[in-house]
Design a protein around this ligand. Structure first.
Ligand code: SF4
Length: 187
């Protein structure tokens, strides 16, 4: 291997930067710095920090919320995974856990809460009701929303009626993997 292949920065640094139309110093600086500044690493670090400090919204819709509360209590202890700080304000939360049947009356409230959450934000559909209406889905029903994804983009689905706290923890770990890999729901 030649010296130059072992030290690519010397080669890159010798390339004369082209000025843009504006010809600003910032443009030149950006071109010169590009071999040394790796934004991908920064993004990885940010994603690791985001994944390990998820703050769910304090928000329950029906029976699945009891399992969610159990997951946050001492026996299961969501704090082990950095996701135990349930926030009372949507403006401080970055994960919405749909835990329970979504009634049509709640739909506008959920939309408002989701819009109040700062980006980047994620959502988990916990239980059959939030996946597709669950046991309350039947022809001509008029009371429930048949799936959380009809309201907001969903990142992780957790099946069950109700899913146990371990299943919710598994769902949170899956979400952490997804965030660390830089994958997002389709907004
Ligand atoms: S999935 Fe089952 S436990 Fe969960 S909210 Fe629906 S009916 Fe209740």
């Amino acid at each position: 291997m030649s010296d130059s292949s072992r030290r690519p920065e010397l080669e890159t640094a010798s390339v004369k930067p082209k000025l843009t139309k504006a010809g600003s110093q910032e443009d030149m600086l950006a071109v010169e710095a590009s071999p040394y500044v790796k934004f991908a690493v920064l993004e990885d670090l940010l994603n690791a920090a985001r994944a390990n400090s998820l703050w769910p919204l304090t928000f329950g819709l029906a029976c699945c919320a009891i399992e969610m509360m159990a997951a946050g209590a001492s026996k299961f202890d969501l704090d082990r995974f950095g996701a135990g700080v349930f926030r009372p304000s949507a403006r401080q939360a970055d994960v919405m856990i749909f835990a329970g049947t979504i009634s049509k009356k709640m739909e506008p409230v959920i939309k408002q809460l989701w819009d109040q959450m700062p980006s980047p934000k994620w959502s988990i559909a916990m239980g059959g009701c939030t996946i597709d209406g669950g046991p309350f889905k039947y022809p001509n029903q008029y009371a429930i929303v048949e799936g959380a994804d009809l309201i907001v983009p969903v990142d992780v689905y957790i099946p069950g009626c109700p899913p146990r706290p371990e299943a919710l923890i598994n769902g949170i770990l899956k979400l952490q993997d997804k965030i660390k890999a830089g994958r997002r729901h389709k907004a």
